[in-house]
Design a protein around this ligand. Sequence first.
Ligand SMILES: *Cc1c(COP(=O)(O)O)cnc(C)c1O
Ligand code: SF4
Length: 460
Amino acid sequence: MEPQTVKPEPEIVHKKPQVDESTLTHKELLRGPFWHRIPAYRNVTEEQFLDHTWQARHSITKAAKLLEALQGIVSAEFIEDATAGFRAAPMSVRVSPYLLSLIDWSRPYEDPLRTQFIPLASRLLPDHPKLGLDSLAEQADAPVPGLTHRYPDKALFLPLDTCPVYCRFCTRSYAVGIDTDQVDKVPLQVDRDRWRLAFRYIASRPELEDIVVSGGDAYNLRATQVREIGDTLLDIPNVRRMRFATKGPAVMPQKILSDRDWLDALTHVVERGRKMHKEVVLHTHFNHPSEITGITQDAMNVLFERGVLVRNQSVLQRGVNDAADTMRLLIKRMGHVNVHAYYVYIHDLVRGVEDLRTTLGAGLEVEKAIRGSTAGFNTPVFVCDAPGGGGKRDAHSYEHYDRVTGISVYTAPSVKHGRHFCYFDPIDLLPPEGSARWQDPGEHQPMIDAAIAAARHQAR
Ligand SMILES: *Cc1c(COP(=O)(O)O)cnc(C)c1O
Ligand code: SF4
């Protein structure tokens, strides 16, 4: 036999320094019984914890219950702070055991999940003087209660007003959740007559092609309601695209793994839509990398196998995801579980959460830092939903931005031609000169007028 001549493989020449695999932390997802860290869940089995009905039944809506669950692992001072925080909050409170288990209770003041869901009186800041309850003016653009038709070809349908959890920072605190000490809500319950009116309106507008089904939260629709809404919208000839919006995957992925009826209903609408050549997708809302666990991955894998595309809309929040490294880890981790990063919102002006907002300038810095770090379709567009109903604008597209007064001015030619819309940075983050001017109510209008005049000048 001839001796085999093995041609040596050419040496790989590295032009970039090698990366230590242990630094690729986006792939490290929390698994195992992490909920056992919470005293109240020490005896909860995996089967119970993965059951969405158990999650829903044990969700926490009162400070007293929170105290009970955390007995012995947080200080009395923290509980007192949270109790006062719950009382002052304009938003209802509801936290799933899943979320509670992901909070690092040795650092409750800094934890990004605690920050999003559990209000603390000690962290409250005064609201911005220009903040209104429905800052996006969704109701002014609603021809039918719970249907906002702002953009030419898309509309937002709010079929219900409940969610699996309640976020402190909810833009729709004017409607979502139960009445609180602070706010009487606009009623948007499940109501067949209201729904019918919304469907008739959509059918009467041939230009409407894209319907966002939000809420509240599509997770809280029954399986039959998901089918009913999905099938009715698919049957309207002008509807070409539809999304069900839910925070669910971020706060209770268990439902996707254990609520067969709901998952089948969603899959039915997606598959029927596909046969009709209409796109049906799921939009969700992860804000921090620690919201993505092994349970999330299992749930996202199920959706992926069923051909359900998932996109994500985050909100930029101070102390949660306003560090570039955190945002980069979030989008990489979402990509790892097949969730496309779609938007990062500059935080809306919402009551009672000034401590969560940050400046437009901070958002622009994060955007600059993360762009280029992963696939373009996994890189979110940073948007500012212009207060007063201008709609979402690319955060960079302001006509004018005064970093001293914190006023940025946007126009929205295809939404409300000729108008100017102002966004306001939180006052506590302005330079001293800017915050001093906001202390004087007589200065407010002149500052706004000057910003709009500068925007007009810029446009010429
Ligand atoms: C966000 C939103 C939509 C959907 O906008 P996209 O930019 O397509 O995600 C539609 N209607 C309203 C009122 C909205 O706020
Ligand atoms: S899940 Fe969405 S709609 Fe519900 S409270 Fe949170 S942000 Fe608001």
